[in-house]
Design a protein around this ligand. Sequence first.
Ligand code: DAH
Length: 362
Amino acid sequence: MSAPDYDPKRVDALSPEQLQAAVAAAVAAFDAASGLDQLAAAKTAHLGGNAPVSLANKEIGVLPPQARGDAGKRVNDTRKALEAAFETRKAALEEQRDARVLVEERVDVSLLPGTVLEGGRHPLTTLQERIADVFVAMGWEVAEGPEVEHEWFNFDALTMPADHPAREMQDTLWLAPENSGVVMRTQTSPVQIRSLLARGLPCYVIAPGRVFRNDALDATHSPVFGQVEGLCVDEGITMAHLRGTLAHFAEATIGPGLKTRLRPSYFPFTEPSAELDLQCFNCRGSGEPCRVCSSEGWIEIGGCGMVNPAVLVACGVDPERYSGFAFGMGLDRTLMFRHGITDIRDLYEGDQRFTLALGAEA
Ligand code: DAH
């Protein structure tokens, strides 16, 4: 059978004109980017999954086999041209940035030292300690666990076995060698397990600490952030204790009269589970337009629930006799809400002006 008379150049998205136009548009966008952030956005638009060149690539599959080579080569050349244009612009912008940094951060070593700033406590540390204080005042103990953790503590004992979908909710950083079973802890929840195993019962612990996830650093994500975990296991513990404890916590840490709200949710290690919302300290749910909570009236600050009996069993605790509740809260988000911080990177750059401005009243 002879091949159908078919000209791939006539598939619109694959025509040389369209592909050249895509290159021209991309080069214009790359050149117009005045900084690396803008360039990254232009890259997504012109080289990302929905960029014309990517859409063109998808069209190749519908061509008859004999037409694919030609079209494929054209798309490939286009992509290479786009990548080269991107790299050229990136190198130029990086050079500009480096030159600017050299000027802006120039240090005049001949200057006499001015007032030496004493170090300030970091606002995240202050917030962690204030939260811990509230619980210590109720008779709880502060617990710690390692940041490099075994998957059994981080996942399995918390009823997240290897094939459990919830593991995918937390992008895990695994430590080499492959299959070492060792992770950078993705949550402070493994401290629950360590506390139950090491401290015995009854157990009332609060565990602040850093956790790690495979996330790129941008304005709203950081590969390292703070959490506070709480765990109480005793005889006769009910959801009313959870409710009351968190209500007290909210008032004592953030402000008197602030309400809390529980919304049904799912976590593998609690049953039932809930999302913990805090009444917005700014508008207090008045219904007025509010930037802090996007006029929702509530701010989500963490998860909680009644400890899953399977977790108790994994720690050798008799679930017929003991019950408990647990909660985990994000520290960074709480701090950002309270102070109107819009870029999480401010928390990790170690700029003393930031630390001193916020540290005193985190
Ligand atoms: N570990 C959870 C997370 O990082 C947060 C969490 C939710 C902790 C519910 C808890 C809990 O102790 O009961 O997403």
